[in-house]
Design a protein around this ligand. Structure first.
Ligand SMILES: *[C@@H]1O[C@H](CO)[C@@H](O)[C@H](O)[C@H]1NC(C)=O
Ligand SMILES: *[C@@H]1O[C@H](CO)[C@@H](O)[C@H](O)[C@H]1NC(C)=O
Ligand SMILES: *[C@@H]1O[C@H](CO)[C@@H](O)[C@H](O)[C@H]1NC(C)=O
Ligand SMILES: *[C@@H]1O[C@H](CO)[C@@H](O)[C@H](O)[C@H]1NC(C)=O
Length: 418
């Protein structure tokens, strides 16, 4: 009786022959890597998930050579190459099975593969547990970290040399992933974030992978967001800061658009700006600060590693910017001091270096009901539903009598579905 119960539990938590794994049941992945498009691939047995939300499929549907020589079809480790040298392997995907390495681009196996692992990676052992790229800046040189047991083999891409370290404080990683500049070791259904140079772990780890890297009922942080169609998108705001981080805001969520190499992901706004709990009307960036407008309030955050609300905020729009009424959108052009605030079919100019702040100009617009506006090196984009309008500069926008022909928002711009 007792034995039967234990056996059935065992069978449930593990994958028997022919059984289809369910990543929401808490499984251990064999390998995880982003692909050349930024979609994260999760391997388990002969199956694969594409993306944090994707459904399960057979791994050989995408990587058809995987079972030619290996009937088990089980990937030990995988990573996406980061190579700043012009060697032609940048963003190519490496999959490791036993003593072989397979290199893919766009799901096509490349000539000469599979190879013995040591032909491509001299000094790296076979039968790996995990692998992850580590670009220069995050590691000392462009490197790949190979995991086997508690040993980490740090492979230098340029010199093709290996240094081995032992990180015995870290769990044995069955897969590893670099995501949004951070490094994750996966073990069981948990993961632990580590420093790729020292192996150091700080913060409350391990955490459950189901709450962060996949969409599972009963897990996560209320990230109940599905990618809208581009024609149906409704932005609230969009902004780009000096270091080049670009954020899109829509309802309760935000997305960073400058991290396409890691895919686009929606997060609740409150995850990063916890006081802004009711969405935003307009957002702009100026001198390492992000200004968020909602109703008649302005929230100003200092941006460093984290955003922190400046003391005394939120303040009223009137006190901060000498503006009253609903704001549709706001933007600052690179290296300018003016914020352009769009309200209905009026654009108001406010000098952010003047005290007190005053509206220096009211300009009529040939458009109204703008959702969001962004000014960058390519000029101004004004977004309205699934369409956008492009202008060379604030001056051409203010001087135009008729609206330019609208263009469709594309998935390449905003990560929506075409
Ligand atoms: C793909 O994998 C499945 C399960 O391992 C196997 O049954 C099937 O024959 C494979 N398909 C091809 C085309 O190799
Ligand atoms: C996952 O982490 C939790 C603590 O957060 C721990 O209690 C549990 O044993 C871990 N499970 C596995 C399979 O590593
Ligand atoms: C997620 O969205 C669905 C439908 O849009 C809704 O019914 C559900 O309550 C939402 N769940 C959460 C946790 O917000
Ligand atoms: C925008 O999309 C619509 C239908 O989706 C199409 O009819 C129209 O031609 C497109 N406009 C442009 C400028 O591409």
């Amino acid at each position: 009786m007792g034995t039967e119960v234990i056996l059935s539990l065992y069978f449930f938590g593990n994958i028997g022959d022919g059984a289809v794994p369910d990543r929401c049941k808490g499984i251990e992945f064999d390998a995880i890597t982003p692909d050349e498009k930024g979609v994260t691939l999760f391997f388990k047995g002969d199956h694969l998930w594409k993306g944090f939300h994707g459904s399960i499929q057979l791994a050989n549907e995408s990587f058809k050579e995987l079972d030619d020589n290996h009937h088990i079809g089980h990937v030990d480790a995988s990573f996406r190459m980061h190579n700043t040298e012009k060697t032609g392997d940048h963003d190519h995907i490496y999959l490791f099975l036993d003593d072989k390495v397979f290199r893919y681009y766009n799901e096509n196996l490349e000539d000469g593969y599979p190879k013995e692992i040591q032909e491509d990676f001299p000094g790296v052992p076979s039968h790996l547990d995990a692998a992850v790229e580590c670009p220069k800046g995050e590691c000392i040189a462009d490197s790949v970290l190979f995991f086997k047991g508690q040993d980490i083999h740090v492979y230098d891409v340029a010199t093709k040399t290996v240094k081995t370290k032992t990180w015995s404080h870290l769990p044995v990683c069955t897969s590893a992933l670099r995501w949004l500049e951070h490094y994750y070791c996966f073990h069981g259904h948990n993961f632990t974030r580590f420093n790729p140079v020292t192996g150091e772990v700080s913060g409350g780890y391990p955490k459950d992978a189901r709450s962060y890297f996949m969409k599972c009922a009963g897990f996560g942080h209320g990230g109940n967001y599905s990618t809208p169609k581009c024609s149906e998108i409704k932005l609230d705001a969009i902004t780009s800061d000096d270091p080049g981080k670009t954020y899109l805001f829509s309802g309760p969520i935000y997305m960073r658009l400058d991290t396409k190499r890691d895919g686009l992901h929606a997060f609740p706004i409150t995850r990063t700006w916890k006081e802004v709990s009711n969405g935003v009307d307009a957002v702009f960036s100026f001198t390492n600060k992000i200004y968020m407008i909602k109703d008649d309030k302005v929230y100003i955050y200092k941006s460093a590693a984290h955003y922190t609300l400046i003391e005394g905020y939120p303040k009223t729009l009137k006190d901060e910017l000498s503006i009253e009424g609903h704001v549709d959108s706001a933007f600052v052009c690179p290296s300018e001091n003016m914020v352009y605030i769009i309200q209905g079919n009026t654009m108001r100019e406010v000098d952010l270096t003047a005290t007190p702040r005053v509206v220096t100009q009211d300009l009529p617009l040939p458009l109204s009901d703008i959702d969001a506006g962004l000014c960058g090196p390519e000029g101004i984009h004004l977004f309205k539903g699934g369409l956008y309008y492009h202008y060379e500069s604030p001056m051409t926008l203010a001087l135009s009598r008729i609206a330019p022909f609208p263009q469709n928002i594309t998935s390449a711009m905003l990560g929506c579905q075409d």
